[in-house]
Design a protein around this ligand. Structure first.
Ligand SMILES: Cc1cc2nc3c(=O)[nH]c(=O)nc-3n(C[C@H](O)[C@H](O)[C@H](O)COP(=O)(O)OP(=O)(O)OC[C@H]3O[C@@H](n4cnc5c(N)ncnc54)[C@H](O)[C@@H]3O)c2cc1C
Length: 451
């Protein structure tokens, strides 16, 4: 099958990695998932991406597109297929007025580092090694989420290579339907080779963690949520509970705060009154220092992640369940993100990310050796049998599989149908099929075929 690729790759100037080469093992896997693709293509520039897309389209092999390679579901690699790895397209170009153009394979750490000397930052996520591509195309919840919105809310335009190998630009004025789909619909509409963002002025932030004893979970998380509901939007905050690697039921509750102005700095103080503070490292630091390095999962281990958006009316009940779940042994770290603020300034239908009215995002992270993974997963299922009734929809970036049940929770049906129409225009042959939305659109077609 690879021979069908060769005529299309004659002029390819990037790196071609096949299983016989020593660099294959590292190139085949992503940060979290091991796989065995037939070939990994690392384009050097946009023309190379076009060549790689045409080669993939001419073959009958499944295609995976890799940005930063941090998808929990391992969407950046594929068994027995082609990987287009955008890692070399990691440029950061600063234009006038805080406009910034990022290569499709840039990572947020590289971006933060390049923007720091300009006093600029983009609302992104919490980890340096996560890709701009995957995070932005499905949302982007980070330390400026309440003041500046999701990463995708700062997107001004995107340059794509589409399934026919041509390039186009999507923005509010050009291909607005596609621009809508790119902001929340995931990567299944083409390869974004350049993202244009509006960056924000940000020299530093007041950032750090406050820890409390596990025994105070119920009071601390209820007080945290009540405080964040009326806090200035320049304060972002998350809570981490029951981390199995920090003691499970005895693990401290960790509140992380990120304040981008003085009003928000003042709003941190009441959080210290929520319980018995056992550690406090909140201080002013550069935005880059607020990003965790990220990770590569050791071989043989597996991770599972699940999430749910919590509407305001369900917050009290959801937090009561979280506290109850965390008080007994179970396999997951439970994380809470406070949303609202700029996220909910945007209309539900304005982008393909529709969970604009949620007050919180609750997420579970659990892992273990592949051999014992079924037990971990059933433990997590038990947690979600209690949390799910209080949630409405899930976050595409915190999804570890593309099964119909899992992806059905990402997009409401009307959004999915609109995405399906746009997919039919820009990728009718499902070349870019390895995304949750593509899987959900395919399920939609299959369901209709069965009727
Ligand atoms: C350690 C860690 C920390 C995280 N922290 C956060 C966080 O704070 N906030 C948050 O919102 N999320 C967070 N995430 C989730 C993260 O946003 C998703 O895993 C995201 O999909 C990763 O993007 P990526 O480009 O690195 O991954 P990849 O696996 O490369 O890509 C993910 C998907 O996006 C597609 N894609 C990527 N780039 C492009 C492109 N240029 N054009 C077209 N399609 C593309 C891929 O084809 C794939 O379908 C975190 C994940 C990890 C592992």
């Amino acid at each position: 099958m690879l021979t069908t690729l060769e005529p299309h790759l004659t002029d390819f100037t990037g790196t071609v990695i096949t299983p016989d080469l020593p660099e294959y093992a590292a190139a085949a896997r992503t940060a979290l998932v091991e796989a065995a693709p037939d070939i990994v293509l690392r384009p050097r520039d946009i023309t190379d991406v076009q060549r790689a897309v045409r080669a993939a389209a001419a073959s009958e092999l499944p295609l995976a597109v890799r940005g930063g390679g941090h998808s929990f579901a391992g969407l950046g690699t594929v068994d027995g297929g082609i990987v287009i790895d955008l890692g070399s397209l990691d440029s950061v170009e600063v234009l006038d007025g805080g406009r910034v153009v990022l290569g499709g394979g840039a990572t947020w750490g590289g971006v933060a580092e390049a923007l720091a000397p300009h006093g600029l930052a983009i609302s992104s996520g919490d980890s340096a090694s996560v890709g701009v591509g995957g995070l932005t195309l499905s949302g982007g919840i980070g330390w400026m989420v309440r003041s500046r919105g999701l990463a995708l809310d700062s997107l001004v335009s995107a340059q794509l290579v589409t399934a026919d190998g041509e390039t186009l630009t999507a923005s509010r004025d050009q291909h607005p339907d596609l621009f809508w789909a790119l902001r929340g619909g995931g990567g299944g509409f083409g390869i974004v080779v350049a993202f244009e963002f509006q960056a924000q002025q940000l020299e530093a932030m007041t950032f750090g963690t406050l820890a409390f004893p596990a025994g105070e979970t119920a009071q601390v998380i209820a007080g945290w949520a009540a405080h964040m509901r009326q806090a200035p939007r320049t304060l972002a905050s998350t809570v981490r509970i029951a981390d199995p690697f920090a003691g499970g039921v005895d693990a401290p509750i960790v509140i992380t705060v990120a304040a981008t102005d003085e009003l928000a700095e003042a709003a941190i103080a009441p959080l210290r009154e929520l319980g018995t503070v056992s550690s406090d490292d909140v201080r002013r630091r550069p935005y880059l220092d607020a990003l965790e390095p990220g990770m590569t999962l050791p071989s043989g281990l597996r991770l599972t992640v699940r999430s749910g958006f919590v509407p305001a009316a369900h917050v009290d009940a959801a937090l009561a369940e979280v506290a109850a779940v965390a008080s007994a042994p179970q396999p997951a770290t439970i994380a809470l993100h406070s949303l609202g603020g700029a996220v909910s300034d945007v209309g539900v239908d304005e982008t393909a990310f529709t969970h604009r009215r949620a007050e919180l995002l609750v997420t579970t992270f659990a892992g273990g050796p592949a051999a014992a993974f079924a037990g971990v997963r059933s433990g997590v299922d038990a947690v979600w049998s209690r949390l799910a009734p209080h949630t409405d929809g899930a976050y595409a970036n915190f999804l570890d599989d593309s099964s119909p049940d899992a992806v059905a929770s990402i997009h409401p049906e009307a959004t999915l149908r609109r995405l399906a129409r746009i997919k039919a225009t820009y990728d009718p042959g499902f070349l870019f099929s390895g995304t949750p939305a593509s899987a959900a659109i395919a399920n939609l077609g299959a369901d209709e075929g069965e009727r």
